[in-house]
Design a protein around this ligand. Structure first.
Ligand SMILES: [Zn+2]
Ligand SMILES: [Zn+2]
Length: 72
């Protein structure tokens, strides 16, 4: 199997988990804000309502600290 951005999938829990892993891999297992490599979480960017789906472009890897700040 090749990682591909070809197939938009429905955000069911199972595919969401694999999507999370895909985002973490894409971002090199680093917080995209500060570069931390622990306590990583996947954050939905602001325009979720625009496409209405959990596409890769809507997601970014953040550590828990930066993620908390992103939600302030
Ligand atoms: Zn961070
Ligand atoms: Zn978030």
């Amino acid at each position: 199997m090749m990682p591909s951005k070809a197939a938009p999938s429905r955000p069911d829990p199972l595919s969401y988990e694999s999507l999370r892993q895909q985002i973490l891999r894409r971002d090199g297992w680093r917080c995209q804000s500060c570069g931390a490599m622990s306590n990583l979480e996947v954050h939905h960017r602001e325009f979720r309502s625009h496409s209405g789906s959990d596409s890769e472009e809507n997601l970014i890897t953040l550590c828990s600290g930066c993620h908390a700040r992103a939600h302030l």
